[in-house]
Design a protein around this ligand. Structure first.
Ligand code: SAH
Length: 211
């Protein structure tokens, strides 16, 4: 099976059948080539239903989780989004199709540089990348309509919440080192509303407000 067919099958079997409904998210998942973000040795597994190693003990997220987080972020196209944990850059590329501008922070330099090369090759020119500790956010470019964290957080991190625009939402895996809950935190009419979207497993967020 060629990679385009494999990607289409991934969207139908792993995303649509499991309940991903946002048509813009499904279109983005159909168009971004996940195979470009993974090491060549795993190419034949590019559309498998799971995470894959990307070096430095980190992983590219499972396609379903990328789609779920994108759907939970509820993007209409006009938003400014901050992502913590660029990793391979795959989720970043998906977000770049769904939002107006994307900022993404990665703490491991080799991953940051590798993601930059791919995202430049894809001409994702609404993406801004930074190498550093994302647990403190990216205050100079705040506020953000959405902050999406793709590393496990031990709790709600105050500097990130403070960088949300009014009506903004934080989407993050919150919990223990080996198991988290996908949480959406949003301020509605002055009070914070927290919603839960099931269990997930992410690598740890390091840094000042990490584990
Ligand atoms: N969104 C990525 C998933 C990457 S895994 C993808 O689609 O490929 C999580 C990433 O978060 C790892 O690359 C890890 O190095 C990074 N990370 C962990 N703690 C961080 C921190 N404090 N600041 C920035 N990046 C961090």
């Amino acid at each position: 099976m060629d990679l385009n067919q494999a990607r289409e099958r991934m969207v139908v079997e792993q995303l649509e059948r499991r309940g991903i409904k946002d048509s813009r998210v499904l279109a983005a998942m159909r168009s971004v080539e996940r195979d470009r973000f993974i090491p060549a040795e795993y190419a034949e597994h590019a559309y498998d239903d799971g995470p894959l190693p990307i070096g430095s003990s980190q992983t590219i997220s499972q396609p379903y989780i990328v789609a779920l987080m994108s759907e939970v972020a509820a993007l209409g196209g006009s938003e400014r989004v901050l992502e913590i944990g660029t990793g391979s850059g795959y989720q970043t590329a998906v977000l770049s199709r769904l939002a107006a501008e994307v900022f993404s922070v990665e703490s491991i330099r080799s991953l940051h540089e590798h993601a930059r090369l791919i995202l430049e090759a894809l001409r994702a020119d609404n993406v801004n990348l930074r190498c550093g500790d994302g647990s403190v956010g990216w205050p100079e470019a705040a506020p953000y309509d959405v902050i999406l964290v793709t590393a496990a957080m031990p709790g709600i991190v105050r500097p990130l919440v403070e960088q949300l625009a009014s009506g903004g939402r934080l989407v993050a895996p919150v919990g223990e080192e080996d198991l988290q809950t996908l949480v959406r935190l949003q301020r509605i009419n002055g009070s914070w509303q927290e919603e839960y979207f099931g269990d997930c497993r992410f690598v740890r967020m390091t840094g000042k407000h990490g584990f």
